[in-house]
Design a protein around this ligand. Structure first.
Ligand SMILES: [Mg+2]
Length: 347
């Protein structure tokens, strides 16, 4: 089989009237780039990644794929997935292998795994050795822009959909505001449902210790991204000072960066980000690296590719997702997504 062409499509949403916010940023410019990789057998692998808060970033990503990557891929065997990945890293190094280049590598890597899945008639998680037949999922309920009554309504919906775990943004100007939001969520969902919190890199070590001690007394399960993502020593100090697990990783750009946290014991739960890590392959590799340290793995975000990643990992813990779509309901049982059985990245 040979790659015959790459086709990209740019989607930029109109600026939302009320952007989604956390303690760090507002998603003012949501968009994505969709990639289709065509082959001489008629199989088409596809996927999309995008930026939500940088105007123009999606267009730059599209240009990188069209002008730099497509000429390197036409004529190659799409199933030599890791070989292509390494060649692209070398070929693109002058434009830096971090940042946006990783998003471009992700588009290619996922589209190629999609081709492999379709060619073999197997879900991609099975091509690397299925490790799970279901994966627990939590839903993100507590966005910062939601008023308390809106927050309660989202919680009611999450409970109705059968979620057994929800996540709430923290890092409000005061701890008291964080507590008020957490108490509102707890009052709606009861004590049977797990709550996680996410500070999106906005706290200092001192403040994360102060707030973390309160959150753990409120039976919050994990504290996510309390500190700037690359402050590895600070993470180690914080993790040593709190009983509750520290979850982080969605802003790291490779398993080598996770290694820095794992060897320092600055991370209790690994969260892989598909776009920043460079694709399905690197997420699975990072998850297995975490397994060697006895650390569970979750995904930043959901969807079929992330679900396939977790189904390939013996240490999979949680898939992150939004509210269930109608299509997803059928596959969501007892707070878990069933392992997909469709070819490539389909149900
Ligand atoms: Mg997060």
């Amino acid at each position: 089989m040979k790659i015959t062409s790459l086709e990209t499509e740019l989607y930029i949403a109109p600026p939302p009237e009320r952007p989604i916010t956390d303690a760090l940023r507002a998603n003012r410019h949501p968009g994505h780039v969709r990639l289709k990789v065509h082959t001489d057998k008629g199989i088409v692998g596809s996927t999309s990644v995008g930026f939500a808060s940088i105007r123009g970033a999606n267009q730059t990503l599209q240009t990188m794929v069209d002008e730099e990557i497509a000429p390197l891929l036409v004529g190659r065997d799409p199933l030599a997935i890791q070989l292509i990945h390494e060649d692209l890293k070398r070929g693109l190094e002058e434009q830096a292998i971090h940042g946006m280049t990783m998003y471009a590598l992700t588009l290619v890597n996922v589209a190629l795994w999609d081709i492999f899945g379709q060619e073999t008639g197997q879900p991609v998680h099975r091509l690397v050795g299925q490790a799970k037949d279901r994966v627990p999922a939590y839903t993100m309920v507590g966005w910062m822009h939601l008023e308390l009554d809106e927050l309660k309504a989202v919680c009611v919906r999450a409970a109705e959909q059968g979620f057994k775990a929800v996540k709430v943004k923290v890092g409000s100007p005061t701890l008291e505001e964080d507590i008020q939001r957490l108490e509102a969520v707890r009052a709606e969902i009861g004590t049977e449902v797990t709550i996680m919190v996410d500070a999106n890199q906005t706290l200092t070590v001192f403040e994360a210790l102060r707030r973390g001690q309160v959150f753990q007394e409120m039976a919050v399960f994990w504290l996510e991204e309390p500190l700037p993502a690359h402050n590895y020593d600070d993470y180690a100090e914080l993790a040593a000072g709190l009983a509750m697990p520290i979850a982080t990783g969605e802003n790291l750009y490779g398993k080598e960066e996770f290694k820095e946290l794992l060897v320092r014991r600055g991370i209790d739960i690994v969260q892989v980000d598909l776009a920043r890590l460079g694709g399905f392959s690197e997420c699975v590799a990072t998850g297995l690296l975490a397994a060697a340290f006895g650390v569970p793995c979750c995904t930043h975000g959901g969807g079929m590719v992330n679900l396939n990643i977790l189904c390939a990992l013996p240490n999979a813990m949680y898939l992150e997702t939004g509210p269930l779509s109608d299509a997803e309901r059928e596959y969501f049982v007892d707070g878990c997504f069933l392992a997909p059985e469709g070819a490539g990245f389909s149900w």
